[in-house]
Design a protein around this ligand. Structure first.
Ligand code: DHB
Ligand code: FE
Length: 283
């Protein structure tokens, strides 16, 4: 990684790190019911068979697919691939009945355990961190609007170059990552900077698919957050900025109208601010 410090993140670097992070999380995790494995795997394979019939796949194309799938694994890009092209539908079905704050994909760059603050905080950032200063504030409530105490609001986002700490070289460990624990008023206020649009790494297997298909690799600028509280359903989502590029053609298809912020000039005179509340569904 240090050898690439001047070049920004590579697919190999961010892919490998995302794979390591996910593997740690997955080891702790989930047993999957055998009947559902059978039903889902059968339908997934049938769907693929239909695509092959529909497009009359050639052996050259089948071999290209095989070679590409092997390369995704070698590059460590499965988390990137799945979170960009598959996760948004999982999120859609899992959260279909939710009444409170709207969710969207988590993506591959969440790290638990970011530095913790109460009520109001400046996210960890470098001296002279580039980007428009941005105040992101609001209240965590229940569905009736009552404030929720001891809710954890975790925020993480890319820097002004579109890079995430811990996944790109040369950025301090917890840069632009932090957690606020709410007090009795349920309020949180993060002082940060506006992130830049994010381009998924173009130099690996996901980039190869994008180039081969003539697509683009961009996501609109976004803030990631996760809000958790005792007795409430956690919400994982992202917020975007009105007028931002790629709101209409996010490669990860994770933009929803409710998630587009309309910031105003900051009352402090420095940068912009926005208020956004998180009503949480009961668990
Ligand atoms: C990916 C990156 C993101 O920052 C994000 O929010 C979603 C997906 C990715 O590279 O897979
Ligand atoms: Fe992201």
């Amino acid at each position: 990684m240090t050898a690439t410090a001047d070049l920004g993140p590579t697919a190999a670097g961010s892919g490998r790190l995302a794979t390591e992070r996910f593997t740690e999380k997955a080891r702790a995790g989930a047993a999957v019911d055998q009947e559902r494995v059978s039903a889902i795997a059968t339908d997934a394979l049938s769907a693929l068979h239909e695509v092959i019939r529909k497009h009359k796949l050639t052996y050259a194309e089948y071999d290209a697919l095989k070679a590409w799938l092997i390369r995704v694994g070698e590059d460590g890009e499965w988390p990137l691939f799945l979170d960009v092209w598959v996760e948004h539908v999982v999120e859609e079905v899992v959260n279909a009945d939710r009444k409170g704050a709207v969710g969207t994909i988590e993506g591959p760059y969440y790290i638990p355990g970011s530095p913790q603050f109460t009520s109001e905080a400046t996210l960890p950032m470098r001296e002279n961190e580039a980007g428009t200063p941005f105040l992101f504030q609001g209240t965590v409530t229940d569905l009736d609007g009552n404030p929720v105490q001891d809710a954890r609001v975790e925020l993480w986002h890319a820097d002004d170059d579109g890079y995430y700490s811990q996944f790109a070289p040369g950025i301090p460990e917890w840069n632009l990552r932090g957690t606020i624990v709410t007090g009795a008023d349920g309020r949180f206020a993060f002082h940060t900077i506006k992130p830049a649009p994010y381009q998924i790494p173009t130099d690996g297997s996901c980039g190869a698919l994008i180039a081969a298909a003539g697509w683009h690799a961009w996501r609109p600028a976004h803030l990631h957050f996760k809000v958790t509280a005792a007795g409430k359903q956690p919400v994982t989502s992202q917020l975007y900025f009105e007028g931002g590029t790629h709101l209409e053609d996010d490669v990860a298809q994770a933009v929803k109208p409710e998630l587009v912020l309309h910031p105003t000039p900051a009352a402090s005179g420095n940068g912009e601010e926005v208020t956004y509340d998180f009503p949480l569904d009961p668990a």
